[in-house]
Design a protein around this ligand. Structure first.
Ligand SMILES: NC(=O)c1ccc[n+]([C@@H]2O[C@H](COP(=O)([O-])OP(=O)(O)OC[C@H]3O[C@@H](n4cnc5c(N)ncnc54)[C@H](O)[C@@H]3O)[C@@H](O)[C@H]2O)c1
Length: 484
């Protein structure tokens, strides 16, 4: 099928590449000329694992093209997917539909008869009706359909989510339009058995908001339970596993952290609440999840601040991880931004590192030192904060880190560091959802057991070794067997 995708961002680009890989003929358009020029050169403007390979394959076989000109791209399209941003309007949080309506106007101007307009952008309930009205006003004679097909992909796992979706939601007011959209996904439903759910258009729009609200509530819930575990000396890891094994609850989205961020949950909850207010509907659980999350980011900064005994201006803090989660370069609403801003306000000196987010971070964060690699970030730091759960940080060798840092305090806001090894290396490791541990007990098989207080200092001395040079690997190679 001939399909035009409007928007070459996280959703548009992934959708374009995957639909091209399913055998469709895709033109992906975006007014951002730099972005389209880069894509034409084979450069991927976002980091999404595996996307580069699919784009390379589908551009080489002629199934995927990039353009900036909507007239050219829409002239022969049978279907147009709107995948543009719907950012929150400052102040009231209402979804700004300016980009969506601009895309709809392009479709009205340039599309041929019988075009199916598919909204993949996350849009408030009723937006499909507005798009339909807009196109009808601009082209009264045009035959067209407007379908809602919300996208549920997760950045970092977007290709797998698109190609093996839990469900494909198609909300249409006519069987004709809905059937055409369903046929686009036929390779997935036939081969992989993906389930298609057909609904009315408004229900499809509501499903997307309800899904994100539910997931955000789950995250805020587990974060509050983590605080409860800290207060009562229970372990959030065990508690999350224990409740997640209940199939009614499920294990996903039960990892505690510094609060959710990203381009979807915060803005979608605000937009949902705005829509609810418009119809005087109370969504108190959604409101609370959102408030709990906002407060959490600052609570993380406060926790770090409280651990600094002396003059904060003399304290060097290494913040590792800036993106809102691992495996993406997306910085939108990242909790790391709030934590850094709060610590900066207190006067701390901050050095930051991220495997993929440095470029975007330079535009967003001022007054910090951007370290080229983990070693440069850690050197002479008093406190280490792990703000994003990158695998490379989980693999840091605590003994090598001990050789680099000046202090021994570590705030693991993602619970990715192996507590035994880090405490054995002399670190005062604070994790989420774990009561402040007793003085670390550290001994090896061939080392006699001693009392706790002595062991703390033994651990600090015996595992300290020369600092690796900048760029030298800091990857954890377990040499000693720490006692838990
Ligand atoms: N990012 C995600 O993980 C995700 C997941 C599911 C749904 N969504 C939703 O999908 C939508 C897009 O999100 P995103 O993260 O891809 O946004 P994005 O900001 O990464 O990309 C949007 C792109 O649209 C382009 N654009 C703007 N106006 C245009 C026009 N008239 N024609 C063509 N292109 C235009 C922009 O230049 C930009 O490149 C949002 O509504 C979002 O809520 C996002």
């Amino acid at each position: 099928m001939e399909i035009t995708i409007l928007g070459a961002g996280y959703v548009g680009l992934v959708s374009a590449a995957c639909l091209a890989d399913l055998g469709h003929h895709i033109t992906c358009i975006d007014p951002n000329e730099t972005r389209i020029a880069a894509l034409r050169r084979g450069e991927i403007p976002i980091y999404e694992p595996g996307l580069d390979l699919i784009v390379a394959r589908t551009t080489a076989n002629g199934h995927l093209r990039f353009d900036t000109d909507p007239a050219r791209a829409l002239a022969s399209a049978e279907v147009a997917f709107i995948c543009v941003g719907t950012p929150p309007r400052p102040g009231d949080g209402e979804a700004d539909l300016g980009f969506v309506f601009a895309a709809a106007r392009d479709i009205a101007r340039f599309a041929r008869d019988q075009i199916i307009v598919v909204t993949k952008s996350t849009v408030p309930v009723g937006t499909g009706d507005m798009i339909e009205g807009l196109i009808r006003r601009m082209r009264p004679q045009l035959e067209f359909g407007v379908v809602s097909n919300p996208e549920f992909l997760k950045e970092g796992a977007a290709i797998a989510d698109f190609m093996e979706p839990d469900r494909i939601v198609i909300g249409a007011q006519s069987a004709w339009a809905g059937n055409i959209v369903a046929s686009i996904y036929a390779p997935l439903t036939q081969k992989g058995g993906a389930t298609i759910l057909r609904t009315r258009r408004r229900s499809a729009e509501a499903i997307k908001y309800a899904a994100n609200a539910f997931l955000a509530i789950k995250l805020s819930f587990i974060n509050e339970i983590a605080d409860f575990c800290e207060a009562w000396d229970a372990d959030i890891g065990d508690v999350a596993t224990g409740i997640g094994l209940d199939r009614r609850i499920g294990t996903d989205f039960l990892q505690p952290g510094p609060g959710y961020g990203g381009s979807c949950f915060p803005k979608d909850l605000r937009a949902l609440l705005h829509s609810a207010r418009e119809r005087a509907v109370g969504l108190r659980m959604v409101e609370t999840a959102s408030a709990v999350n906002d407060a959490r980011k600052w609570a993380m900064a406060r926790r770090i601040r409280e651990a600094i005994a002396g003059d904060i201006a003399a304290c060097r803090i290494a913040v590792m991880g800036l993106t809102f989660k691992a495996e993406t370069d997306d910085m939108r609403e990242s909790p790391a931004l709030a934590v850094i801003a709060a610590l900066q306000r207190e006067g701390a000196q901050i050095r930051v590192h991220d495997p993929r987010g440095m470029e975007a971070a330079r535009d967003l964060i001022e007054g910090v030192t951007f370290a080229e690699d983990p070693a440069a970030c850690l050197r002479n730091a008093d406190i280490l904060v792990i703000a994003t759960g990158w695998r490379e940080y989980a693999a840091l060798d605590p003994r090598a880190v001990a050789g680099l840092m000046r202090g021994r305090k570590v705030f693991d806001l993602r619970n990715i560091l192996a507590p035994g090894a880090w405490r054995a290396a002399g670190f005062d490791l604070r994790r989420i959802g774990e009561a402040q541990p007793p003085v670390s007990i550290a001994f090896t098989a061939d080392e006699p057991r001693r009392d706790h207080a002595t062991l703390g200092s033994v651990a600090r001395q015996s595992f300290r070794h020369p600092a690796p040079s900048v760029g030298e690997t800091l990857v954890h190679r377990p040499a000693m067997k720490p006692a838990e």
